[in-house]
Design a protein around this ligand. Structure first.
Ligand code: F6P
Length: 546
């Protein structure tokens, strides 16, 4: 298939940006009293205001034309139908089946996967409830107080992000902990202070071969056995979440204590599967079910709403608009909720591992930009760190602002202040401050004409910086589920427009392979492989000084 850049729809958008790049959002609002209302949308408990974008009705119409030209609706149907749309691994992409609360049959190779999905969910329910009730005992007969998830990437970030986001739903115990980095400091810092008699480890790895996870799991096992004095203790203190039963058994974990999932669940889309076990343990299975239900609400919306009223589609197309036509290179995610502290990091993997691709599904090198750099952190910390660049830097950085109407911690006027900042930032980013406004403000403040003129260029803001604002009543398991699913589907839609496979991750393999070679050399104390001069010198430097 020809590259998407050759389609008339893409070319129309290129020409359209020539006009829109001269338009200021201030004027779009001034000309059109209905803009904010028309460009707002509610679905699955979320409210999206996308009116503060450098986009007119014509822009959106052209973007929807592009979506239709690439058959977004057809691809969406193919994903939900379980077709192998991950074409480099010949796999279906069915995280939607994991939260298919309607229990609609989902066929993979002619077989309904829902009975398996429901069976694992039931296993998660029984185990998590037993652990929370204290009926699952450690080796010495004590109930579990601390659960350490050992995993990395998709086997870490999702449960870690959700456990933090749903802290208000957690009791005093069991406390969730997360170890991912192969740096021994991570494991040691985590287990220091934990009681081995009341600690359970979940080894979470789809492949059960990932170096970081297996290294941490073996060290955790040693820590436990040394403390409890018996190999037999492993049975009570280790469970596994994996697709690789043989490797789980080889590690010494009883496969009775293994929670399975399937190759049609991508790592970065797996928190809805048994990878979510730490979530069910931390907040209870009912809340975990609510999380799935929220995602299912968003799935139903994504699947059935027309493109023009479809939240993930709109956010995806606006993202394409900035990346491919306005030259934006990054996308900020700015939650105004401390509980969402790991949300940007979660979607850094979700988005960048999915859409950081340079060839089309057919293997042809693209001649357009694909996935942007995704980054962010909670407001208001970010305001005092990097917002300066978003306001007055030379980069165009589209930003998503996410906030709940109600806080779980309604302390004095904290939340009003937090939200005042959130709304003020999007207003300032859109409006900016003209030179005349800057001058008038300084004169009113008593500055001399000369001083006002000198400072005015520094105090002037262009504005016209695009933002989306996403609001929800409160960050509950249900609204969080919908929010995560919204971003997942956004990523999917962008992958379809860019004609890339969003569900493989070959780009992380080369580094893994080379690390294996280097590790052997470090073990032998000698550089033997064929390295570039820089890498060779660094290895020799390290070997001389270690
Ligand atoms: O669950 P596993 O197999 O240990 O993989 C962990 C992570 O490694 C990757 O394969 C590559 O970073 C991710 O996609 C995945 O989430």
């Amino acid at each position: 298939m020809a590259l998407v850049t050759n389609t008339p729809q893409w070319q129309a958008l290129t020409a359209h940006w020539q006009q829109m790049s001269k338009v200021h959002m201030r004027d779009l609002f001034a000309r059109d009293g209905g803009r904010a209302e028309r460009m707002s949308l509610d679905a699955a408990g979320l409210h999206l205001d996308y009116s503060k974008n450098i986009a007119s009705d014509e822009t959106l119409a052209l973007l929807f034309d592009l979506a239709r030209a690439v058959d977004l609706e057809g691809w969406r149907a193919r994903m939900f139908a379980g077709e192998p749309i991950n074409n480099t691994e010949q796999r279906a992409v069915l995280h939607v089946a994991l939260r298919n609360r309607a229990n609609r049959p989902v066929l993979v190779d002619g077989r309904d996967v829902m009975p398996d999905v429901n069976a694992v969910l039931e296993q998660v329910r029984v185990f998590s409830e037993g652990l929370r009730a204290g009926t699952w005992k450690g080796f010495t007969g004590k109930a579990i107080t601390d659960v350490v998830n050992i995993g990395i990437g998709g086997s870490n970030l999702g449960p870690k992000m959700v456990c933090a986001a749903l802290r208000p739903y957690q009791g005093a115990t069991p406390r969730p902990h997360f170890v991912s980095n192969v740096d021994g400091t991570h494991l040691m810092d985590t287990v220091r202070g934990l009681d081995p008699e009341t600690t359970l480890f979940i080894v979470a790895s789809k492949t059960f071969t990932t170096q970081e996870t297996m290294t941490n799991a073996h060290s955790a096992r040693q820590w436990l056995v040394a403390a409890l004095g018996s190999e037999a203790a492993v049975r009570n203190h280790f469970v596994a979440v994996s697709t690789n039963a043989a490797a789980v058994a080889a590690f010494g974990i009883d496969t009775e204590n293994m929670f399975g999932f399937w190759d049609w669940v991508g790592g970065r889309y797996s928190l809805w599967s048994a990878i979510g076990l730490p979530i069910a343990i931390a907040v209870g299975f009912d809340n975990f079910s609510e999380l799935l239900a929220g995602a299912h609400d968003m799935d139903a919306h994504f699947r059935s709403a027309p493109l023009e009223r479809n939240l993930p589609v709109i956010m995806a197309l606006l993202g394409v608009w900035y990346v491919d036509f306005a030259g934006a290179r990054s996308q900020a995610i700015l939650p105004y909720d401390q509980s969402l502290e790991y949300f940007p990091a979660y979607f850094q993997q979700g988005d960048m591992e999915s859409n950081g691709k340079h060839v089309t599904r057919g293997g042809v090198r693209v001649d357009y930009a694909t996935g942007p750099v995704v980054w962010g952190q909670p407001g208001t910390d970010g305001q005092h760190a990097f917002y300066q660049l978003i306001h007055q830097g030379t980069e165009l950085i589209p930003a998503d602002f996410i906030a709940p109407i109600h806080s779980h911690n309604p302390l004095g006027d904290h939340h009003a202040k937090l939200l005042a900042n959130c709304f003020a930032q999007t207003e300032a980013l859109m409006r900016g401050r003209t030179l005349d406004e800057a001058l008038a403000e300084m004169r009113a403040g008593g500055l001399s004409e000369a001083e006002s003129a000198r400072l005015a260029p520094h105090r002037q803001f262009d504005g016209n910086r695009p933002t989306n604002t996403l609001l929800m009543d409160q960050l509950t398991p249900r609204t969080l589920g919908a929010l995560i699913a919204l971003y997942e589907h956004k990523i999917f839609c962008q992958g379809i427009v860019w004609d890339i496979n969003s569900f493989d991750q070959w780009g992380v393999e080369l580094g893994k392979q080379l690390a294996g070679v280097i590790l052997d050399e470090l073990a032998a104390g000698k550089v033997t492989a064929d390295h570039d001069a820089s890498t060779r010198a660094l290895l020799e430097y390290y070997l001389r000084r270690r």
